[in-house]
Ligand binder design. Structure first.
Ligand code: NDP
Ligand code: OXD
Length: 308
C-alpha cells in the first residue's frame, strides 16, 4: 500500500519527510514518480492535473493539501466512490485570522496608501476610518470564518456572519442564507471565507457590493472565482467600494498584465493568507490514511453533495 502526493510546482519533500518521520514503514510516492500504481490507496492533492487521479485502481480516499476542496470536486475523473477529506490545522486557522486582521487594520489606517506615498516622498495625512464605520461581515462561518471572527471580536470589532445555517455563537450577529440582504445592509468590511461551490461562485458582484453600508471595503480570502473581477473595478471607480484586499484570483499566478496590478486601491497578495504546515498536515494525513484503510470515517471529511 502506498500514499501518493500530487502537487505540481510545490516542494513536497518537507511533507514526505514529515510523513516518514511519523511512520518509518510508510511508502510515499511523489507524483509523477509512482513505483506501482496498483499500490496507491490514498492520495494528497493540490492543484493536480485533472487526468491523473482516475488512474489508480485501488484509490480509496483523497485528502486536499489545504482547507479548500473545489479542485477535487471539480475533477470529473475522480471516481464517485473515492472518499474526500481536507486539512484543518490550528496554524491554518490562526494565519487566516491574522491575515484578515492585518487587512482590516491596513484599510482603516491607510497603510498601503502611506507605502505608495513613501515611494513618491509625498507627505499627506488621511483620517483613520473609525471603528463605528468598520462593522465586519464574514461570508462563511466555518473553520476559517469562525477563527477570523474570534480575533476580530477580541480586537473590539462588531462582527456579522453569514452562513447556510444560523449560528448561536457569542459575540457575533449571525445571518442565515436567506438573510443575505440584511447582513449586507449592516456590514462595512466584507470578508469572504466561503468555499467555492455552484452556489457561491460569482457571489461577489456589483449588486452585492451596492447593498453594503458605506464606506464599504472587500477582503477576499476564499477563492478568485467568488469575485466578478470587472464588477470590482467598476465598484471602486464609482465609489461603491473604497477598495479591496485580495489573496485569491480567477487565474493564479495573477498574470503580469492583469488590470488589478495597477490599481492603487486594490491590494494583492499571492494566495498566502493561510499556508499548510507540513508537520501539522502529516499528522492528519496519516490519521486519515489509517482510517481510510480500515473503512472508518475520516476526520474533516467532505460532503460531496454540499460541495464543501
Ligand atoms: P468550512 O466548510 O468550514 O465553512 C464553510 C462555511 O461557508 C460554512 O459556514 C457554511 O455554512 C458556509 N456556506 C457554504 N455554502 C454556503 C452558501 N451557499 N450560502 C451561505 N453559506 C454557505 O470551510 P473553511 O472555513 O474551512 O474554508 C472556507 C474556504 O476558505 C475554503 O474552501 C477555501 O476556499 C478558503 N481558504 C483560503 C485560504 C487562503 O490561503 N486564501 C486558506 C484556507 C481556506 P454552514 O456553516 O451553515 O454549513
Ligand atoms: C486552502 C488554501 O484552501 O490555501 O487551504 O487556499
Amino acid at each position: 500500500m502506498s500514499l501518493l502526493l500530487i502537487a505540481p510546482n510545490r516542494d513536497l519533500k518537507p511533507l514526505s519527510e514529515a510523513l516518514e518521520n511519523i511512520d518509518h514503514n510508510l511508502e510515499v510516492d511523489i507524483w509523477p514518480k509512482v513505483k506501482n500504481k496498483d499500490r496507491v490507496t490514498f492520495a494528497v492533492a493540490w492543484n493536480h492535473p485533472k487526468n491523473v487521479l482516475g488512474n489508480y485502481p485501488n484509490l480509496k480516499a483523497v485528502s486536499s493539501l489545504g482547507a479548500g476542496v473545489n479542485h477535487l470536486l471539480n475533477d470529473e475523473n475522480l471516481p464517485e466512490n473515492v472518499k474526500l477529506a481536507r486539512l484543518i490545522t490550528p496554524s491554518l486557522k490562526n494565519e487566516m485570522a491574522e491575515y484578515v486582521l492585518q487587512a482590516v487594520l491596513a484599510y482603516r489606517h491607510h497603510t498601503t496608501r502611506y507605502a505608495d506615498q513613501k515611494r513618491e516622498a509625498f507627505w499627506d495625512k488621511h483620517k483613520l476610518i473609525p471603528k463605528e464605520d468598520s462593522v465586519v461581515g464574514i461570508l462563511g462561518f466555518g473553520e476559517m470564518g469562525s477563527s477570523v471572527a474570534d480575533l476580530l471580536i477580541l480586537n473590539g470589532y462588531k462582527v456579522n456572519t453569514w452562513s447556510r445555517s444560523k449560528k448561536d455563537y457569542e459575540g457575533i450577529t449571525s445571518y442565515s442564507k436567506d438573510e443575505l440582504n440584511e447582513f449586507l445592509n449592516n456590514t462595512n468590511i466584507l470578508i469572504c471565507t466561503l468555499p467555492l461551490t455552484v452556489e457561491t461562485q460569482g457571489i461577489l458582484d456589483l449588486e452585492l457590493f451596492k447593498k453594503l453600508k458605506k464606506p464599504a471595503y472587500l477582503i477576499n480570502a476564499g477563492r478568485g472565482q467568488h469575485l466578478i473581477e470587472e464588477d470590482l473595478i467598476y465598484a471602486i471607480d464609482t465609489g461603491v467600494l473604497a477598495g479591496a484586499w485580495l489573496d485569491v484570483f480567477e487565474e493564479e499566478p495573477l498574470p503580469s498584465n492583469h488590470l488589478f496590478w495597477n490599481r492603487p486601491k486594490i491590494m494583492i497578495t499571492p494566495h498566502i493568507a493561510a499556508v499548510t504546515d507540513s508537520n501539522e498536515a502529516a499528522e492528519q494525513i496519516i490519521e486519515n490514511y489509517k482510517r481510510s484503510l480500515s473503512g472508518m470515517e475520516m476526520v474533516n471529511s467532505v460532503d460531496r453533495k454540499k460541495g464543501y
